[in-house]
Design a protein. Structure first.
Length: 638
């Protein structure tokens, strides 16, 4: 008898979950569960019924929904997000319940009331990629809903998702209908919702469409950039497609960095193929910087050039040229875009130029944003005095503008850095963690805020939550060399030392002019992966006079691991001259290491010539101290 066939049907599948569920539960379990139940019963389920959907099942903090129409599915998801936002206006940011939605139209297998198969799996993967408060749809869903929702959709790229062979096209619904979605900006936008549509129409008619993309922080002098369509000097269609692809990808990826505003492509497309005066472009689009470039094909070689220009003066700020084989155009496009974006974004040339502008102003004339810029410059090239100055600058900036999420992020980093110069760990790390949490609360879409919170949670040895925050940071900005650098230093703590070294390689390749503050992540990643020569190479770039406690310790430990015993002993003596209380066990027992790391560090330090054993009075404050074998015979403190 033929085996019964599984029942299948085409369905619109919606997967949703609550962002930060574990944090909410840890903070106040009973209130969180009560709030979730109230929102489900009173708001979410009625809206699902209104749009003719059904709840397939609840999955912990998430749910699976089925709709016969993908238009109904998307409209329902948007309605839920807007209703949730309106409902929680008066709820403190840290206690808000925020969903994210993944939507796919696909073939599903029916198993009683349950649904299975790739159609469900794709929706689940999209939900994981979706930013907080967003709606992310697959290409198959987009093909059916485009033009039918009255809501703009932004292309979010092709995503390679787990257990799905082919990349999935993704699109982000622009929920406010005005500003670009999460791929195009990461700034808060709620304060713009009350603006009358009539005013927006007038702005558009007046040639001010760029205002649609203008975030709230523009008033803080945040820099803005327009990426002009790259010129096609090859004159053939293939080169033209590559030029267009590079332009679009640079716009999309640059906009993931919250330090500046990126003008959307539809506002710059009018300049395609035309000779332009960059200063005129700057005036028309009201931007501080203009990026232009070209693509040229010569036989089997490609040449791509890019230059960043100060729109006010017309002077070049930065330029670069890439010569690559044309055999794999898509790989070349990806490589060039990543390198270009990381030279410009994050700790790259745009913010360096902004720092120089701020330095020229008199202190009494500095805005909150410019004070943030100066503080940021201090922590990228830290010394004890510069870190202390940075903390003061960030505090001043935040007194004037407490909504400046980036200042909260860098205040957290400054507090963390201060421990390298003698600040009390138990005092400042809680301050760092609070600042990072405030940054996430102010701007949940800021990848750097999540990375900073991940770091501070890891320093508290809350490794599970730390890794989850890094995962969010990667989803929000997967191409950031800065985030790769931070994570590389924690990968071994999460049990992946080899991956840490690979991420360090990748981050350095993306931004070879990385700031000195990132060196610690790189040499630590290489050390833990056993790549001691690479660790020493990074350490040798650090000026000895600016080295902090950890630089000095790791130099000695790395030399010992390489068998350079004489040099290791000299490095240990240098460290002890500045920090006479250092011991191998003492460093290994500092927070933020796993057991394997503690053992490796302590043994390398002992071999370098540091005193091995931690004094008994210091051990008394540690519940389960790590001990070297030769020290374990000491009487345990009571």
């Amino acid at each position: 008898m033929a085996e019964a066939r599984a029942e299948r049907r085409l369905a619109a599948i919606v997967i949703a979950d609550i962002v930060g569920y574990s944090r909410l539960i840890d903070t106040d379990e009973s209130s969180t569960l009560a709030a979730i139940k109230s929102l489900r019963d009173g708001l979410i389920v009625p809206l699902i019924a209104e749009y003719r959907g059904r709840v397939v099942k609840y999955m912990g903090d998430g749910m699976m929904l089925e709709f016969a129409s993908v238009v109904d599915a998307a409209t329902c998801a948007v309605a839920i997000q807007k209703a949730m936002e309106a409902h929680q206006t008066n709820v403190p940011a840290a206690r808000r319940i925020i969903h994210r939605f993944g939507i796919n139209l696909g073939d599903v297998v029916v198993d009683g009331d349950d649904l299975l198969g790739d159609g469900v799996n794709v929706a689940a993967r999209l939900e994981q990629l979706c930013p907080p408060g967003g709606v992310l749809v697959s290409g198959t869903a987009y093909d059916q809903i485009k033009g039918k929702l009255g809501i703009p959709l932004d292309y979010a790229g092709e995503q390679q998702v787990k257990n799905i062979a082919e990349p999935v096209r993704t699109y982000s619904l622009r929920l406010d209908g005005l500003k670009p979605g999460w791929r195009l900006t990461t700034r808060p936008y709620r304060r713009f919702l009350p603006i009358a549509m009539a005013a927006l129409i007038l702005l558009t008619l007046a040639g001010g469409a760029w205002w649609w993309m203008k975030p709230a922080e523009q008033a803080t002098d945040k820099p803005s950039i327009a990426v002009l369509p790259f010129n096609n000097y090859g004159s053939d269609e293939a080169t033209g497609r590559l030029a267009a692809g590079i332009t679009e990808d640079i716009i999309t990826d640059l906009a993931r960095f919250p330090d500046f505003t990126v003008i959307a492509r539809n506002s710059t497309a009018v300049y395609a193929g035309k000779p332009v005066d960059v200063r005129q472009v700057g005036k028309e689009l009201n931007v501080r910087y203009v990026l232009e470039g070209s693509v040229q094909r010569q036989g089997d070689q490609l040449r791509v050039t890019a230059q960043l220009i100060d729109a006010a003066s017309g002077t070049h700020v930065w330029s670069e040229r890439w010569d690559r084989p044309a055999a794999d155009v898509f790989a070349v496009q990806t490589e060039i875009v990543r390198e270009a974006v990381n030279r410009l974004g994050g700790s790259g040339v745009i913010m360096e130029a902004e720092n120089r502008l701020a330095e020229r102003k008199r202190p009494g004339n500095l805005s909150a944003y410019e004070k943030y810029l100066l503080g940021r410059d201090r922590i990228l090239n830290p010394t004890k005095e510069r870190v202390e100055e940075a903390i003061g600058l960030f505090k001043q900036a935040l007194e004037e503008d407490p909504t400046l999420a980036r200042a909260w992020v860098d205040l957290a980093w400054a507090y963390s850095q201060s421990t390298s110069y003698g600040a009390d760990y138990a005092t400042v790390i809680p301050l760092a963690r609070a600042a990072a949490q405030r940054a996430v609360d102010v701007d949940p879409m800021d990848a750097g805020a999540h990375a900073a919170l991940g770091q501070m949670l890891a320093l508290d040895e809350d490794f599970g939550r730390a890794r989850a925050e890094f995962d969010v940071a990667f989803r929000l900005n997967p191409g950031s060399a800065d985030i790769l650098a931070i994570y590389s230093g924690w990968a071994s703590t999460f049990g992946e030392p080899e991956r840490g070294a690979e991420l360090a390689d990748q981050a350095i390749r993306m931004n070879p002019n990385y700031p000195p503050a990132q060196s610690g992540s790189f040499y630590y990643a290489y050390f833990m992966a056993g790549r001691y020569q690479d660790a020493l190479r990074i350490l040798d770039k650090q000026p000895l006079e600016n080295g902090d406690k950890y630089d000095l310790i790791m130099r000695a430990a790395t030399l010992a691991a390489l068998g350079e015993r004489e040099k290791a002993n000299a490095a240990a003596k240098d460290a002890l001259a500045r920090y006479p209380d250092l011991t191998a066990e003492g460093y290994a027992n500092e927070p933020g290491f796993n057991d394997l790391e503690r053992k490796k560090l302590a043994e390398a330090m002992r071999d370098a010539g540091f005193p091995p054993c931690m004094p008994a009075d210091k051990l008394a404050g540690i519940a389960k101290p790590f001990r070297l074998p030769e020290c374990a015979t000491q009487a345990s403190p009571l």
